[in-house]
Design a protein around this ligand. Structure first.
Ligand code: HEC
Ligand code: HEC
Ligand code: HEC
Ligand code: HEC
Length: 187
């Protein structure tokens, strides 16, 4: 191929060639991003940094890891929104953790987690509030409108009471439910 032709826009084929090259590079970029996003959505990815933390075992011991349905809920199913835009935004926020990981002394230790759990839990809850616990609702959907027949009366009543309120006064899942996957710190 005559590469110089690419730099001569007046030539008939060079414009076409530019277009083709552009599309190919664009496609590679697009799929590379998809691959990266996919790779960053596994428990293993989360645990590379949170390696010394008991977070994974905690989930296994909670109703989200030990249930009769045999479902083990993955980190990102609760912490990373599924909507593409929100997903991307959260990824960008998580990428800030890289700086934290490099600068926080002793971050990978269980000690650090226990000392900072309350603060970290509130950060996680603030984020979930900001997305109206949409990740929870992906699995527990229409829980207010159509509760399952097995649901405890008390739960149905509390949920109905919340749902009756105007949307902006309604509590979100994590306002009432704490410690659904990790032990919620007492202080
Ligand atoms: C690059 C290392 C790194 C990776 C990868 C990582 N984290 Fe973190 N994470 C951190 C650090 C550091 C903090 C503490 C940030 C701070 O307070 O400054 C943190 C804090 C958190 C918090 C509590 C604070 C908050 O903002 O919500 C949650 C929840 C969390 N990570 C979940 C995850 C999940 C889920 C994954 C996998 C999708 C993940 N992390 C992957 C380093 C990482
Ligand atoms: C991937 C699906 C999935 C996601 C995401 C999910 N859950 Fe669950 N949840 C389950 C399953 C499965 C059970 C166990 C049901 C059983 O035992 O029959 C459960 C059980 C529960 C229970 C009853 C057990 C308990 O802890 O008292 C509550 C409350 C709950 N989830 C709240 C939440 C909240 C809040 C979130 C978001 C932070 C969430 N769930 C995210 C699937 C999910
Ligand atoms: C106003 C407080 C409140 C809000 C908001 C709330 N819940 Fe609940 N929920 C409760 C109470 C109270 C119970 C009954 C006690 C318990 O099981 O923890 C309950 C029970 C549950 C259960 C177990 C039901 C059963 O008996 O099988 C699930 C699952 C659940 N909630 C999910 C959610 C999800 C998902 C959201 C958000 C869409 C949510 N809840 C919002 C108060 C609330
Ligand atoms: C069922 C949903 C769910 C799953 C699964 C889950 N988390 Fe969480 N996580 C939460 C919620 C909700 C909080 C906020 C604090 C609370 O309520 O306990 C939280 C808090 C955290 C925190 C802050 C410290 C703390 O203990 O509160 C970190 C770090 C974290 N999660 C990481 C992870 C990692 C890593 C995984 C996968 C091994 C994971 N989470 C799986 C729902 C979940």
């Amino acid at each position: 191929m005559n590469w110089r032709a690419l730099f001569k826009p007046s030539a008939k084929y060079s414009v076409l060639a530019l277009l083709v090259v552009g599309i190919v590079i664009g496609a590679i970029g697009f799929f590379a991003t998809q691959q990266t996003l996919h790779a960053t959505s596994t428990n293993a990815f989360c645990m590379t940094c949170h390696a010394g933390h008991s977070l994974e075992q905690e989930v296994l011991q909670s109703p989200h890891g030990a249930n009769s349905a045999g479902i083990v809920v993955q980190c990102q199913q609760c912490h990373i929104p599924q909507e593409p835009f929100a997903y991307l935004m959260k990824k960008i926020v998580v990428s800030k953790d890289i700086i934290g990981f490099m600068t926080i002394d002793g971050f990978e230790t269980q000690d650090w987690l226990e000392t900072n759990r309350k603060q970290q839990a509130e950060l996680a809850r603030d984020f979930l509030r900001s997305i109206d616990s949409s990740t929870c609702q992906n699995c527990h959907n229409r829980i207010y409108e159509t509760p399952s027949p097995e649901m405890k009366k008390m739960a149905v009543r509390m949920h109905a009471m919340n749902f009756k309120k105007p949307a902006d006064k309604r509590k979100t899942c994590v306002d009432c439910h704490r410690g659904v996957a990790h032990p919620y710190p007492k202080n």
